[in-house]
Each structure stands twice: as C-alpha cells, then as structure tokens.
Design a protein around this ligand. Sequence first.
Ligand SMILES: NC(=O)c1ccc[n+]([C@@H]2O[C@H](COP(=O)([O-])OP(=O)(O)OC[C@H]3O[C@@H](n4cnc5c(N)ncnc54)[C@H](O)[C@@H]3O)[C@@H](O)[C@H]2O)c1
Length: 270
Amino acid sequence: MANNILKGKRGIIFGALDENSIAWKVALKAKEEGATFTLTNAPIAMRMGEIKKLATTCNAEIIPADATSIEDLENLFTQSQEILGGKLDFVLHSIGMSPNVRKGRSYGDLNYEWFLKTLDVSGISFHKVLQTAEKLDAINEWGSILALSYIAAQRTFPDYSDMAQAKAVLESIARSYGYRFGKSKKVRVNTISQSPTKTTAGTGVTGFDAFFEYADKMSPLGNASADDCANYIIMLFSDYTRLVTMQNLMHDGGFSSTGITEDIVEMISK
Ligand SMILES: NC(=O)c1ccc[n+]([C@@H]2O[C@H](COP(=O)([O-])OP(=O)(O)OC[C@H]3O[C@@H](n4cnc5c(N)ncnc54)[C@H](O)[C@@H]3O)[C@@H](O)[C@H]2O)c1
C-alpha cells in the first residue's frame, strides 16, 4: 500500500535492535515509501543484534555510532551523505537506555553516575545529533528530525524511574533546537510520545505487562502498535507535514486525554 511519499528522500535511522524495535518497522516502511537511508546503532548493540538482516532487506549500509560520542556522530553524518549522495531529509532518534532501570535500582536509591548516563544516552544525545547535523550542514531545507518519547515526561509512572527525566529533557530539546533549526535552515524537530510497546527497551521496565494492559484499557482506540507508530513517523518525514515543528505529538490511541474508561471501571468493580 505504498504511495512513494518519501521518494528521493535520504536519511539516517538510529535504534533498530531487532524486529520488534520501532526503528526496525520505520526502516521497512521508509524503504517501501521510496527513501534511501543508512542504519546505525551503538557498536555493542550491533554485536548482539540482527541489524544486518534489516540492512540487506533495505539495501542500506550500517554505520556504527554511539549516540553520545560526537566523533562517532560526525563520522556517521559525513559518511551517510557520501553513501547516499547528498544532504539528508530525515533523521530518526529511536534511542533509550537507563542503567538504573536495567539494574533495578529504586527511584530513592539511584546511582548518580548511572543517572547521568541515562540523561546522556536517552536525552542529551538528541542535542548531540542535532548540533552535529547543523554544524556539518547535513540537512536539506524542510528536513524532518524526530525522537521518540513517553508520557512519563509529563505524568508519573513509578517504575519508569530516571527515564522520566530523560524524556523531559528530550522533549525540551525538540522545542529549543526546533526553534533554532527552523530559523537557521527551515528544518523541523519533533518528538512522538508513543504508547507502551513490546520491544526490548519497553519490556525492560518492571511491571511492563500490567502497564501495557492498563494503557490499552485506558485508550479508546487501544494502544498504538509499533507498526502504527512507524506509519506516523513516515508521514512526519514526508512533505505533508512541513509546518509541524517543536511539538511533542501524542501517538497513544487517546490515552493522554482520557480520565477513565468503562473497561477500567469494570476491571476495578470485579
Ligand atoms: N517500547 C515502549 O514502550 C516505548 C514507549 C514510548 C517510547 N519509546 C521509545 O522508543 C524508542 C525506541 O525504543 P524501542 O521501544 O524501539 O526499543 P529498542 O530496545 O528496540 O530500541 C532502543 C535502542 O536504543 C539503542 N541504544 C541504546 N544506547 C545507545 C547509544 N549509546 N547509542 C546509540 N543507540 C543506543 C539500542 O541499541 C536500541 O536499538 C526509545 O526512545 C524508547 O524510549 C518506547
């Protein structure tokens, strides 16, 4: 059902770890819609990952980069333009990791070294991506740069821990850099706040299954899947959304605007 809405567009996709990853689905759809792109992930994730399969399917080259390393990012943006034959039109930042969440530290007993790592990998890396892209003049006018967020940036979800702060930083960077990049190069910058999704990063949060079911019952349309998220991302990379910038866009089946649903009432009344 492709409509070639990314025909002729070039980009970089961060964060495809395995076939459940949101970035994986985006890569498949971007290819279908006529884009060419490079794939990237942290060097350590490549050794564990399956990204080569995706690269073969998408006819894309893989360029390893730790998103917290300016040197890696400069290499990534330079090489991507060489491989793809020009400046880029889209970038997907689909990256999240908290050592505190991973190692089960409670929010009242955070390791602060790890907290800084969470902020760097999951939040500040977005600034690093944007700053590197701008300094290298790597993005075409009307380009679109997106990162993935979660509603824990606005409301408390206890087990999301320090990732909540990282997402708040991420969304704030989209506004501040969106202003700057809009003025300087007519590039748009947004975040998408996605429903809980069954991926490696998602299921790493304690109590994910209950969390997932609760959100599903609290959303009139149900949870948004990774495939639906990929469709939304493709549209935001396309020319149909050229004036959308500096936004945190809810992609959650209605969860964020719902107070309570009959399903939840029924569940609690049992
Ligand atoms: N799964 C969910 O429930 C959910 C909900 C809302 C938002 N998100 C966000 O979606 C994005 C994608 O996550 P996902 O759910 O597809 O899970 P995922 O585990 O498939 O993807 C996370 C990716 O981040 C990469 N990464 C970690 N550290 C990195 C680093 N230093 N440099 C480069 N890459 C690094 C991992 O290798 C992995 O590919 C994340 O920002 C996540 O927070 C996920």
